[in-house]
Structure formats: C-alpha cells, structure tokens
Design a protein around this ligand. Structure first.
Ligand SMILES: Cc1cc2nc3c(=O)[nH]c(=O)nc-3n(C[C@H](O)[C@H](O)[C@H](O)COP(=O)(O)OP(=O)(O)OC[C@H]3O[C@@H](n4cnc5c(N)ncnc54)[C@H](O)[C@@H]3O)c2cc1C
Length: 306
C-alpha cells in the first residue's frame, strides 16, 4: 500500500489548484483523475469571466494551462478512477487501477455532472439526438435545427455557440426570465436564428432511431407545439459527484458536501473543494479558490500529525 500525506481526488480546476498549493507547500501529495485534466471546463468554448484571462480562452486552453502550472510544481498525477474510498478520522484508504493507497488527508474535488431532464424517453435518445455538452457535440449538428433547454449561463451561452453552427436554435425555458448573465441574455435576444420558447417545458421526444422532434408545452395555456429538431441540448443544472462519499460525509439538502470556511468536511482530515461542495457560486474562479484554501488547510493538518 502506498502511503501519502495528501490525496486529491479529481483533476478539475479545484483539484489542480489544490495540487499547485499542496505541491508548492512541500507535501507528499498525489492527484487522481479518472478522465482528463480540466474537468467540466473542457466542455466550454469560451471562458470569459476568469479574472486576468482576457480574450475568453476556450476551456481546453485553460485546462491545459492549469495542468502545465501544476506540472511546474511537480505535482504527480495518476490517471484512474478512485474507488472503495473509506474515510475515517484516523486513516483514509482507496484503490486506483488496482493499487491500494492510504492518506492522512484527502481533498474531494470530484465536481459535478449534468442534471438530466427527467423525461422517460431521454435515455433512448442520448447519443442519438440528446446531448449534455454543446461544445463537445455541437459540430455534429452543423446546418441543422436544434433546441436547447435551460435558463442559466450554460444554456444561454450554448444557444449562442450553437447559433453560429446551426440553421436554427430554439431556446426552451420554463420561465420568462433567464438566470443567465444579462450580457449573454442581450446577445441571445439579438441572435437572428435563435427563437426563445418561454414559459415552456419539454413534454415529448419523438423519433425512430434518432430524435426528430421535441414537443413543448406552454405552462399557462397548455398548448402543445412540435419543434422539428435533430438535436436537443440539455443544460438544466448539475448534480454533485458524491457517489464515493455520500454515506460518509455530511451533505446538504441538495446533496452537496457541507464544509466550513476551511473546506473541512464533517470528518477531520477530509476536505472538499469546488462544485462538489455547498458553495453559492460554481465557477472556475471559486473552484480554484476553494482548492487553494483546502490544500493550505490540508498541509497544516498533516503538519500537526507530525
Ligand atoms: C458547459 C459548461 C460551461 C461552463 N462555463 C464556465 C465559464 O465560462 N466560466 C466559469 O468560471 N465556469 C464555467 N463552468 C463551470 C466550471 O466548469 C466549474 O465550476 C468547474 O469546472 C468546477 O471545477 P471542479 O474542479 O470543482 O469540478 P469539475 O470541473 O467537475 O472536475 C471534477 C473532476 O473530478 C474527476 N472525478 C470525478 N470522480 C472521480 C473519481 N472517482 N476518481 C477520479 N477522478 C474523478 C472528474 O473526471 C473531473 O475531471 C462551466 C461548466 C459547464 C458544464
């Protein structure tokens, strides 16, 4: 069994920032990532709100910069999925790629994944018309008619992104006001090929092997309207990736990990950072800040153990 001072689970912005701080702080640390560095941020085509990065780099560029920065401090990264995580006050153990690890402190940075629409036919069309990532899959719908459902920053930004690729974009939202930033909403309202379908919910998904139309229901008139689209992009929020820890650490009503201001969870030596925790804002800047605090406090914690 390999013994670490600090194990960081997840290589998104929170995990990489934690890695920079812990490695720079001289800790015996390793970061474990099951897919690729950068986490959710690689799903976006433009990050225009990370302070100091002007010009709105794409998510891959920002992810690569975070990875490079962590490598400059010699942060060891292991690619593999963390499993069988056991979190006790005295010891934290887990396996990755069949190898056993123990750590004095763990920083949970597993982030979040897309919330599903919840329609009974949804799973049938995933990969056959339904997507949760416009940046990843938008190019498959070049020149076609598509819809996107949601009312936050991701939905509105993705509608703008798709409007440059697709013939027509329907933006379906259950209210008449968007939660998205005002600048994005202004831009989407001016986009000629974006039609806002407001006060409406997705009532039906149709097609043989592939999606061919989406039926929306007006929540006031209950009128049904069929939108002939070959793609539906779902951007209705995120769910925390707490599957490894939900029976072990305290969660809030939404299923996010509860931390104090030091990013400490309900178990001593277990910290959480980024989208997985009960934070009021889920963005790169807050994920990085959480990672920095969590790593600094984890380094202090393992130092006290002697
Ligand atoms: C489409 C989209 C656009 C966005 N646009 C912006 C934007 O413009 N500006 C902005 O600031 N924010 C944006 N965000 C939000 C931002 O991406 C997130 O707030 C940020 O990525 C959260 O970082 P994180 O490290 O907490 O989690 P994540 O980015 O979710 O990273 C978590 C990582 O943990 C890994 N992981 C999970 N479980 C395990 C396991 N068991 N073992 C090993 N690894 C594991 C995952 O593979 C993932 O890489 C956007 C998000 C999306 C989806």
């Amino acid at each position: 069994m390999e013994k670490l001072s600090i194990a960081i689970i997840g290589g998104g912005p929170a995990g990489l920032a934690a890695g920079i701080y812990a490695s720079r702080g001289g800790a015996n640390v390793k970061l474990f990532e099951e897919l690729f560095p950068g986490g959710q941020i690689v799903k976006t085509h433009k990050v225009e709100n990370y302070p100091g990065l002007t010009g709105g780099p794409d998510g891959y560029t920002l992810a690569a910069a975070l990875e490079k920065h962590a490598a400059e401090f010699d942060l060891p990264v292991v690619y593999g999925s963390v499993a069988d995580l056991k979190l006790a006050e005295t010891e934290k153990t887990f396996t990755v790629n069949g190898e056993d690890y123990a750590a004095d402190a763990v920083i949970l940075c597993m982030g979040a994944g897309p919330r599903k629409l919840g329609h009974p036919d949804e799973d049938r069309f995933v990969g056959a018309g339904i997507s949760y990532c416009a940046t990843c899959d938008g190019a498959f719908y070049r020149g076609k008619d598509v819809a996107i459902v949601g009312g936050g920053d991701t939905a509105v930004a993705d509608a703008l992104y798709l409007s440059a690729l697709c013939n027509k974009v329907y933006l379906i939202h259950r209210r008449d006001q968007f939660r998205a930033a005002a600048t994005l909403v202004d831009r989407v309202k001016r986009a000629e090929n974006v039609e806002l379908v407001l006060n409406s919910t997705v009532a039906g998904l149709s097609g043989e092997d592939k999606l061919s139309s989406v039926t929306v229901e007006d929540k006031f008139t209950h009128e049904m309207r069929e939108l002939p689209v070959s793609g539906l992009f779902v951007a209705v929020g995120i769910l925390p990736r707490t599957e490894l820890v939900k029976e072990q650490v305290e969660l809030d009503g939404g299923g996010f990990i509860v931390t104090d201001k030091n990013m400490q969870t309900s178990i001593p030596g277990v910290f959480a950072a980024g989208d997985i925790r009960n934070t009021p804002l889920r963005q790169v800047v807050t994920a990085c800040a959480d990672g920095a605090v969590a790593a600094t406090k984890a380094v202090e914690y393992v130092g006290l153990l002697g």
